[in-house]
Design a protein around this ligand. Sequence first.
Ligand code: DLZ
Length: 172
Amino acid sequence: MASALKNLSSYDENNLPSAAQYVFGIVVSEWNAPITHALYEGCVETLTKHGALEENIHTVQVPGSFELPTGAKILASSRRFDAIVCIGCVIKGETKHDEYISHAVATGLTGLSITTGLPIIFGMLTPNTEEQAKERAGGKYGNKGVEAAVTAIRMAALRKELSMPAKTIGFR
Ligand code: DLZ
C-alpha cells in the first residue's frame, strides 16, 4: 500500500470519486513553460477523464512560481472552487533562488489551504536539472500534473463528505 502511493500517476482509477460535481481552479506558472504546460495538460486530462466538466475548470497563468500563492488566493477569494491546483517548476540554479521560491510557495500554499479550508494542491516540481523535470512531466516518473489532479479530486470529495451534517448516532 505505502509503495503504491509513491507514484500516484499509476493510481487506482476505479477507486477515485467522480469529479463531475466539482469546480476546479488551476494556477499555472509561465516559468519553464514547456514543463508546466505538460503538467497542466496531464492535470486537465485527468480531471476531465474523471468527469469534470470543461466549463468547471478555470485556469489562470501567473508569471512565476513565486506568484502561485497569490494566484491561488485570488481564485480562493471567489469562493467558487472545490479545489485549486497550483502548477510550477523551480529548477535549481547557481544561487539559492530556488530554495527561497520553493519555501515561499510551500509555506504560502499550506497557509492558504489551512486558513480557507480549501484544498490547494502543490503541483510544483523542484528538480535539480531540466532533465529531472522532464522525467516528471510525462517522462519515466510519470506526470505530476496527473497526480495533482488525482489529489484535487480526492480532497474535493473529502471536503464535501465532511461538510455534510454528521449522521445521527443514538438519540437526538
Ligand atoms: C526569478 C526566477 C528564477 C530565477 N527561477 C524561476 C524558476 O526556476 N521557476 C519559476 O517558476 N520561477 C522562477 N523565477 C521567477 C519567480 O518565481 C518570480 O516570478 C519572480 O521572482 C517575480 O516575483
